[in-house]
Each structure stands twice: as C-alpha cells, then as structure tokens.
Design a protein around this ligand. Structure first.
Ligand SMILES: [Zn+2]
Length: 290
C-alpha cells in the first residue's frame, strides 16, 4: 500500500506535468459505472460517475498537493475552487501519457478506471488493479469529515507534541504502540512498512502498550519515523508490490528495509516473528525488540 513517501513521489512527479492545464474530457471505466448501478461506488465516491465526469470538464488544475496519504488536486472552474481528493488505496497509480499504450506494464494498462484528457492532448490516467482507490470531488475539505481529523503532517512543527498528547489520551494509552503510530489521527502517513522499520530501529516490540514506553523514547520514536519517511522520500519510496511512480518506475527504498517482510533479523540472525496488531501483520525480532 502506498504510504506517505510514495504519495509524495507521485505528487512531485505529477505537479510539473499537469499544473496549469485544463481538463477537456473525462472517461470512466465500465467497471466504475457498473459498480454504481450495483450501489457499490467503485473509485468515484458520493457522486454519480456521469455527474463526476461532466462536472470536471473545463476545470483547470491549479495545484497538486499531498496531505497525509491523500492527493489534493486544487482545481477551478469559472472562478469557483474545487478539490479533487484522491487516495491511491492499495494499487492506485497515475500516469501522464500521449496514448494509453505508452503505459508499459499490462496490468496497469488493463485496469484503467479514469482518463482525464487535458487541453494539451495529453492523458492523465488513473489505473487501479485492486480498485480500493478513491476520488471525491468536493467544494471544500469539510465536506468529507475524515479529512479534518487527520494528524498534522509529520514534518510540521508541533507534530511530535501532538503525537505525545494523543499517546497520553484515554483512547490510545493502553493500545499497542504499532497500532497507535499507524493511526492517521495520531501520525499522518505512517503505514505498516515504516511503522515496522521504526519500531525495529528503536528496539520496541510492536505490541508494547503505549503507556509502558517513556516519553523520552516516544519522542525518539517520533524522530525515527520522521527520519525514515524523509529517507524514503529521497529514495523514491518503496515498491513492495504494485507501487509505480508516474513514469512506471519502482522506488528504491524496499532495498533498504531491515525488518518489513524479513524472515531473519539482520542484527542477530534470529528468525523473525509475526503477529496481528490492529488487523495488520506485524513482523519483529523477538530477541532485539522488547
Ligand atoms: Zn534481532
């Protein structure tokens, strides 16, 4: 699943290619239309696909930004601002091409669900193999309340204090640390990969209760998460299964991961263990992490 560094990579690659351009036509897949007829709302949320496609015609893309694991397309029509909020889900990927056939990998070419034709005749293409991706066309972010509950950006001043405050709240103090750092209301954009890596680096067992970790260590853990996210952004993110940047390239961070997906601890060569925390598989070293 793309986490903050992967989403940041997509935004940095997309912005110079699409900012300032206008959407002249939107084509959605038959799967999207069919799912809405079945009441399932695949990819396009809270709006009829036809209405969504029509509304976007003539809109110009002013700016594209990342917030946590979301991509915000700030768009405008007739002086009225809108936001197209996109979540990549498990396997969402964007491409900017002249022609769909330029998308090299067949699995992405076969699962195209939205094509935004631009006034430059380029195509902004959204492909999603597993279809957990989302798009919402909003007037403002308060139309989708979960966007208002997100923790501050992890690099913002105050994000660490915010995290420490949440850790002391009744809601989180008795929960396993891994579940807490993966909660988007506590830290923005830290998913399974980077939570696993940060806890290994800090030698903290993923199931340890938040209240049983000192404030000093929690502060260090937060710094470790910031650092791992930063390094991963610089490495172009992690490609575990289907993440690609807009040029169809994989990231480089997966080669630097020390615990996520590993069967043996790189420090002590003990076999790693795996437990389920907050519904997600958590890999750790039973000897190094307490
Ligand atoms: Zn170990």
């Amino acid at each position: 699943m793309p986490e903050l560094p992967e989403v940041e990579g997509v935004v940095r690659a997309l912005s110079p290619r699409i900012e300032g351009k206008e959407i002249s036509k939107v084509t959605l897949s038959e799967t999207v239309y069919h799912s809405h007829r079945q009441g399932k709302q695949c990819i396009v949320k809270n709006m009829e696909p036809k209405e969504f496609a029509t509304a976007l015609i003539g809109m110009s893309i002013k700016k594209i930004k990342r917030r946590a694991k979301y991509i915000f397309f700030e768009i405008e029509k007739d002086g009225h601002p809108y936001i197209l909020v996109n979540h990549l889900g498990m396997t969402g990927a964007w491409f900017v091409v002249q022609n769909e056939n330029e998308i090299v990998e067949e699995k992405f070419r076969k699962h195209i669900h939205a094509i935004f034709q631009l006034n430059t005749n380029e195509l902004l293409v959204f492909s999603d193999i597993r279809r957990f991706g989302e798009m919402r066309l909003l007037n403002a972010i308060d139309e989708h309340p979960p966007l208002l509950e997100m923790a501050p950006e992890p690099f913002d001043e105050g994000a660490c204090t915010y995290f420490l405050g949440k850790c002391e709240s009744k809601k989180y103090m008795n929960k396993p640390i891994k579940e807490v750092i993966m909660d988007g209301q506590v830290i923005s954009g830290c998913g399974n990969i980077y939570a696993t890596e940060a806890l290994f680096k800090m030698k903290i067992h993923p199931g340890r209760k938040v209240s049983r970790i000192s404030k000093k260590r929690k502060r260090e853990l937060f710094k470790t998460i910031q650092n791992i996210l930063q390094v991963s952004i610089e490495m172009g993110g992690s490609t575990i299964s289907d993440y690609r940047n807009i040029n169809g390239e994989a990231g480089g961070m997966q080669n630097r991961l020390k615990m996520y997906g590993k069967t043996v601890c790189p420090n002590c060569h003990t076999k790693t263990k795996s437990i389920i925390i907050g519904g997600r598989t958590s890999v750790y070293c039973p000897k190094c992490q307490h």
